[in-house]
Design a protein around this ligand. Structure first.
Ligand code: SF4
Ligand code: SF4
Length: 440
């Protein structure tokens, strides 16, 4: 096997990749939870099928690498199988090990983007700014179709930027400069780690998060984010992912937040990855200890949304909650925002038939496997329409972008928002001058 973690942190403790995949008894209990199996009915697109392919790969008995690559690349890494599996098989991590073993087309370009974000943030900001200018000028689709951006390694980012309904004119750093909720780290009750989604694509989410944290938890501080490394972990190299993780940990340590002040993020994919940092450093005790200390203070912002102090928003009716996969299966805290959202919606909170079903966003999945992604999106929007919802709450950038596109296309009387946006709107309505308050 080429580059890979080789050892995984599983629910049963540290295991070799082979032992982890051998935990799969092929019972099939997970199949109906797997969106790609339900959509296609193909055994190789099921958790059991994918585990079996990786097992054959590890045993050197794989005879059709091309079909295996297709089966593994169509995994959403949603983790639904892991949640229902009685043997706690970590299928998403196993799939990633399989992808690494087969080699990853474009991995060097992904790593180059990751390095750029970490080492040349000003240049990256300039390039993103031009990407959004292209979009405003109606040229984003043309640039993506030309293949030039793919050649430069910005293909997926260009397609994501093209899918964001409204090209942001400012980054979250610009929006947060001078905000009264932010101050020196030494006195902060929390540190805001702006994930790349809110930072580059949806800065309105980051702004709402800081506003809400300030109103409910007191003053905080903005932390540096050189990118968490998830991009390289999923599509590039482990070395690059580790370099980004080390940079994140070093900068968080240097910020000097008081003990007990959480590091807070507002994209469940990114936060889930931050919490999993120790897995990157198995076999490196010094860095593993630092990663564990860092991961222990990481919180998804939805974990800090109590119902107390959140008033009913008369502007929010017929609200439903979509469970982002990395919130439900990655972090196990899908219920965390429910009390606050119930308070916002009052008696108008409704329930989806399948709130846990993946919307098909899944990071770059929507751009790489467009047809399958669209099928999952249509099923999700149909569920939302059946509930006659007017607002959907979702806690991950990928879900927000995907659902915004799907709702505009198939059910335009409904909008999507991050939970902190809804809480911020509710707090603002209570104050006639628009400033957030905390008088419950
Ligand atoms: S992953 Fe778990 S639930 Fe699925 S077939 Fe294997 S043992 Fe059964
Ligand atoms: S992670 Fe999701 S898509 Fe992948 S095998 Fe598991 S349930 Fe299926």
């Amino acid at each position: 096997m080429s580059e890979g973690l080789k050892h995984l942190l599983t629910a049963l403790g540290e295991r070799s990749s082979y032992d982890a995949v051998s935990q799969c008894s092929r019972c099939g209990y997970c199949e109906q939870a797997c969106p790609t199996y339900v959509a296609t009915g193909r055994e190789s697109f099921s958790p059991r099928g994918r585990n079996q392919l990786v097992r054959l790969m590890l045993e050197g008995r794989l005879d059709d690498p091309q079909s295996a690559a297709e089966a593994l690349s169509t995994c959403l890494l949603c983790g639904a199988c892991q949640t229902v599996c009685p043997a706690h098989v970590p299928t998403p991590d196993i799939v990633l090990e399989g992808r690494r073993a087969l080699g990853r087309p474009g991995a060097r370009l992904v790593d180059a983007v990751q390095r750029l974000m970490r080492e040349r943030p000003a240049l990256f900001r300039t390039l993103m700014g031009w990407g959004f200018r292209f979009k405003r000028w109606g040229l984003a689709g043309l640039a993506a179709r030309s293949g030039l951006l793919d050649l430069l390694g910005f293909g997926v980012l260009a397609k994501m930027a093209a899918d964001v309904e409204e090209a942001p004119r400012s980054t979250v750093d610009e929006l947060l400069a001078g905000r009264p909720e932010l101050g020196p780290a030494a006195n902060a009750a929390w540190g805001y780690f702006a994930p790349c989604g809110p930072r580059w694509l949806l800065p309105r989410v980051g702004e709402a998060t800081v506003e809400v944290l300030g109103a409910l938890h007191g003053k905080g501080a903005a932390l540096a984010n050189p990118c968490c490394g998830l991009l390289s972990f999923n599509y590039g190299s482990l070395d690059e992912a580790r370099a980004s993780a080390r940079a994140v940990i070093e900068r968080a340590e240097a910020a000097g937040l008081p003990a007990g002040a959480p590091v807070v993020g507002d994209c469940s994919s990114c936060v889930s990855f931050l919490k999993s940092y120790p897995q990157l450093f198995l076999g490196d005790p010094a860095w593993k200890a630092r990663a564990e200390a860092f991961a222990a203070r990481v919180k998804d912002v939805v974990e800090l949304l109590p119902a107390a102090g959140v008033p009913k928003d008369p502007g929010v009716n017929a609200l439903v909650i979509h469970d982002a996969c990395r919130l439900r299966h990655g972090q196990g805290c899908a219920d965390a925002p429910r009390a606050a959202l119930k308070a916002v919606a009052g008696g108008t909170l409704k329930t989806l038939t399948k709130p846990e079903h993946c919307c098909g966003g899944a990071g770059a999945f929507a751009f790489v496997h467009g047809e399958l992604s669209e099928e999952l999106l249509k099923a999700k929007v149909a569920d939302i329409a059946d509930a006659q919802a007017r607002v959907v709450a979702a806690a991950s950038t990928s879900c927000l972008v995907q659902l915004e596109r799907g709702l505009n296309k198939y059910y335009s009387s409904c909008r999507v928002a991050h939970p902190t946006e809804l809480v911020a709107e509710s707090l603002r309505r209570r104050k006639p001058d628009g400033a957030p308050g905390n008088d419950g």
